[in-house]
Design a protein around this ligand. Structure first.
Ligand code: ADP
Length: 287
């Protein structure tokens, strides 16, 4: 059952000015509830513009975004409600923090839903826990946190709204590899517990390969591919032609295949590569 459907969506910045730029062109797609969709594409390919249209931050000039079958712009006055259903974490989510304490920041969403203090408290603590923020940090000013902690706080604030769909635009930008890994693991734990739908825009093919069920590839405002992660990353040459690459391990395995070794397509991680190589060595009687 599709939770979100996009029909012939287009958006042009600066219409009628010398800076006119079409960012998204006639784009259609359908995503099922519970899917994790990786969004990849060269800088300027329209990823951010597209995801901001999914929660009504940008109004498309043509086309529709259907949420559970209903056009999100059917009642323009209620567009703010959509932001509780489609939660958006920006590229630098620390700019989404504005309150005196982390606790107050995270409670902003549930408060707006008119919940009781007790319910709000439960949600704030649960959301903070999902992203690994300690109770002690909740009482601090968001501005005193480290970069990684600020990011966690901003994500907790969005999770606290309990959106059915979570859109993450480069959630790990600027974090070190360890911090990146931890944050993504926590987001995926949350995903499994909540069974929500996730769009994750990322420049890291490794991250996308690890977590996405399907990958959409944007190219010059168009949807170039939307397929299983395995199928998309089997198209190394096509991705390269768009300035993208496949995960490094996939690249190595494709290179071995090109050298004549019997290796399957779409190897996405080191564990799969290890098994494939063991099988190959067994077949050749080397182990
Ligand atoms: P991506 O997220 O893939 O980098 P964007 O959606 O940010 O792509 O940008 C798509 C195109 O729209 C780019 O050519 C970009 O320069 C242009 N663009 C983005 N934001 C604006 C804006 N606020 N005003 C004018 N042009 C913009």
């Amino acid at each position: 059952m599709s939770i979100i459907e996009v029909k012939n969506l287009s958006y042009t910045y600066g219409v009628g000015t010398p800076f006119e730029k079409t960012a998204v062109k006639d784009l259609s797609l359908s995503v099922n509830a519970g899917e994790v969709i990786g969004v990849i594409g060269h800088t300027g390919s329209g990823k951010s513009t597209l995801v901001q249209m999914l929660n009504g931050l940008i109004k498309p000039q043509s086309g529709q975004v259907l949420l559970d079958g209903v056009d999100i712009w059917a009642k323009p006055k209620e567009i703010r409600k959509i932001r509780f259903k489609v939660g958006m974490v920006f590229q630098y989510p620390e700019y989404q923090l504005f309150d005196e304490t982390v606790y107050k920041d995270i409670s902003f969403g549930p408060k707006n839903k008119g919940l009781t203090e007790k319910e709000i408290d439960r949600i704030v603590r649960k959301s903070a826990k999902f992203v690994g923020l300690s109770d002690k940090l909740l009482e601090q000013s968001p501005f005193d946190l480290s970069g990684g902690e600020k990011r966690r706080a901003a994500i907790a604030g969005v999770i606290a709204m309990d959106p059915d769909i979570l859109v993450l635009d480069e959630p790990t930008a600027g974090l070190d590899p360890k911090g990146r890994d931890l944050l993504l693991t926590q987001i995926m734990q949350y995903h499994r517990a909540r069974e929500n739908t996730i769009f994750i825009v990322s420049h890291s093919m490794e991250d996308v390969a690890r977590f996405a069920d399907r990958v959409m590839v944007m190219n010059k405002g168009k949807l170039e591919m939307l397929d299983t992660t395995k199928k998309v990353f089997a198209e190394a040459e096509r991705l390269e032609s768009m300035g993208l690459r496949v995960p490094q391990i996939t690249e190595i395995m494709l290179a071995l295949k090109a050298k004549g070794y019997e290796i399957g397509d779409g190897i996405l991680n080191v564990e799969q590569a290890f098994l494939e190589i063991v099988n190959l060595l067994k077949k050749e009687g080397k182990i």
